[in-house]
Design a protein around this ligand. Structure first.
Ligand code: DHB
Ligand code: FE
Length: 294
């Protein structure tokens, strides 16, 4: 049986990728941000998983307004870093895990979540920047990665509660896989930021940190956050945070899929690392590592 050992939550920003690729991580603007990920890189080295299930959003790179899957699972053997306008990032090709991805698609679709199956897809900063933050600049990524793209760009986007429930279905799927794999699930994007319109540049430290508290201690409460709260309090791109709820819903302390809220569940996870930094470009960067205790 495969198991989920830990979840990782982190913001993504294209400028973070550029800072790494252009050797600027020790510059005064960037140094405090990258310092916050030093423990995370050590933790990754010490806790190398067999597979990462990486929840992220595509930014009109692989998809466009012509086709907008709400949830898309990458089932290919590999995924090429995308050209987002300045050429592809100089990072390794992302190797997939087609067999586990196909198993998860089978299980989660039979549990009534409609996933789009993707067999060819370039991956943008939403996926590669979290990998760079956690793994640095290796020759190859440390393990296969299953990309899981969520539409948070074009309304209507999925609710936090639906994402949370989907996380439960993903845990059930992973735990019913017949190989003894150590799987990490990552939720990425957010925190507060707004890239356009009258409120461009919006940052909300207080709300972000209160939401992080909830994510860790009372994830059902975080999942109940209505859409309008993300947009009002964390800006139009703050809605990326619903993706963190997929990873959180897959952790052992959350009641199983279909069980009523409050049903018995596993022990609370250990908070291995928590970090918050403003700004990185236009974005408030939040980061948490949770370890399962089962
Ligand atoms: C920025 C943040 C994002 O989440 C993104 O997708 C693009 C840009 C930014 O802060 O610059
Ligand atoms: Fe984004």
């Amino acid at each position: 049986m495969a198991r989920i050992s830990a979840s990782v939550f982190t913001s993504h920003v294209p400028a973070i990728g550029a800072a790494i690729d252009l050797g600027k991580t020790t510059e005064p603007y960037w140094q405090p941000l990258f310092k916050g990920y030093e423990p995370s890189k050590q933790w990754m080295a010490d806790n190398k998983p067999d597979v990462i299930f990486l929840v992220y959003n595509d930014h009109a790179t692989a998809f466009s307004l012509e086709m907008i899957p709400t949830f898309a699972i990458g089932c290919a053997a590999e995924f090429t870093p995308a050209d987002e306008g300045w050429g592809p990032r100089p990072v390794p090709v992302v190797k997939g895990h087609p067999d586990l991805a196909a198993h998860i698609a089978q299980s989660v679709i039979q549990d009534d979540f409609d996933l789009t199956i993707v067999n060819k897809m370039d991956v943008d900063h939403g996926l590669t920047v979290p990998l760079s933050l956690m793994c640095g600049q290796p020759e190859a990524w440390p393990c296969p990665v299953i990309p899981f793209a969520v539409n948070v760009v074009q309304y209507p986007v999925p609710s936090g509660q639906r994402c949370f429930n989907l996380g439960k279905a993903i845990r059930k799927a992973i735990e019913s896989y017949d190989q003894p794999l150590n799987v990490q699930i990552w939720g990425t994007g957010g925190m507060s930021h707004q890239l356009q319109g009258a409120r461009a540049g919006l940052i909300n430290r207080e709300w972000d940190n209160a939401w992080l508290d909830k994510l860790i201690e009372d994830p059902q409460a975080a999942a109940s956050t209505p859409h309008i709260d993300y947009v009002r309090e964390a800006g139009s791109e703050g809605i990326e945070l619903v993706m963190w709820l997929i990873a959180r819903g897959a952790m052992a302390d959350v009641p199983a899929l279909g069980a009523p809220a409050g049903s018995p569940a596993g022990p609370a996870p250990t908070v291995r690392h928590r970090f918050y930094h403003v700004p990185a470009s236009n974005t408030a960067v939040g980061h948490v590592i949770l370890e399962n205790n089962v």
